[in-house]
Write a protein of this length. Structure first.
Length: 155
């Protein structure tokens, strides 16, 4: 009896064996992540949020395009291939574990509205930064001397 208790204790005391980091195991965990993340729901939420940045008369058409005409399988297949290529098995397992949690599902429902709200700020900041880069480059260009033409020097 004591031996049985010791064996049971050892089984539960040993750390859970992590999956070997192989392309096959990465694919399994990436598939689990994609199923848990629910791309269709994410796109619907994103469409609702992004549509609010458009003129009211354009919103319904945009939502329809995002929810009825975007091929979810194309997105999921591209995501699967990229995830298998770039993430480790530990990372994919952690992502899948997280997205299977109820709190992650409710957080993801809010992600589309969140992204739609901050996207105009991000775009405006990128345009402002690009303007600063152009001004700085123009200033550097003005400090550089003109180059003489070598075509007339050859005659």
């Amino acid at each position: 009896m004591m031996r049985l208790i010791l064996v049971i204790f050892m089984l539960f005391a040993l750390p859970v064996q992590a999956l070997e980091d192989t392309p096959e195991n990465r694919r399994i965990e990436a598939e689990r992540y994609i199923a848990a993340a629910d791309t269709k729901q994410m796109l619907s939420s994103m469409a609702d949020g992004l549509a609010m940045n458009m003129k009211p008369e354009d919103r319904a058409g945009f939502r329809q395009m995002m929810t009825e005409f975007v091929n979810i399988d194309v997105i999921n297949n591209a995501s699967l291939e990229s995830m298998v290529k770039h993430f480790s098995i530990a990372e994919l397992t952690a992502l899948a574990d997280f997205y299977e949690l109820p709190v992650a599902k409710t957080a993801m429902l809010k992600m589309g509205v969140y992204m739609a709200e901050i996207m105009p700020v991000i775009q405006a900041e990128m345009l402002r930064a690009a303007g600063e880069v152009q001004l700085a480059q123009a200033e550097l260009n003005r400090q550089m001397p003109d180059q003489k033409s070598t075509a007339t020097d050859a005659h």
